[in-house]
Design a protein around this ligand. Structure first.
Ligand SMILES: [Zn+2]
Length: 150
């Protein structure tokens, strides 16, 4: 066991295969991080999937800001937004944890955040919402949202 580094920037990343929450040092995001339970590679090159069950833990325990895309599979503007958001995840790797919530599958967190229109993008920092945009937005707007927070 190594000594804790209080300055470390880390994100809580749900494993895409088994769902276990893993603590990942985002400064070493290019290194191969693997799930502590099933050894599946954890990638920050794409938005991570959050659910009603994992949302609060990930947002409150990640020390980097978390940008969340509330979306649904049937939503046209969400489909337009998806590749921009994926590109944003690659660009912000190591600075911001980029995540998405399927509003149909996760009504609890969606209701709590008052999501009425999708896509809705929210930026969480220190466990609190610090920015929100409704509707599909360009990369420049996403970058403006995280400026000063990441
Ligand atoms: Zn796993």
């Amino acid at each position: 066991m190594t000594a804790p580094d209080t300055a470390a920037r880390h994100a809580i990343v749900p494993c895409g295969a088994c769902g276990k929450l893993n603590r990942v040092d985002v400064a070493r995001a290019d290194a191969r991080a693997t799930c502590g339970a099933c050894q599946t590679a954890l990638t920050l090159d794409a938005p991570v999937v959050l659910t009603d069950a994992t949302f609060d833990t990930v947002v409150s325990r990640s020390t980097v800001p978390v940008m969340i895309d509330f979306y649904a599979d049937w939503c046209g503007p969400c489909k337009m937004m998806a590749p921009v958001f994926a590109d944003f995840a690659r660009r912000q790797k190591g600075r911001v944890l980029v995540a998405k919530v399927d509003t149909d599958a996760n009504p609890g967190v969606s209701a709590r955040f008052g999501i009425r229109s999708i896509p809705t993008l929210t930026l969480m920092a220190g466990g609190k919402e610090v920015a929100r945009q409704v509707g599909a937005v360009p990369m420049a707007m996403l970058e403006r949202m995280v400026a000063g927070h990441a």
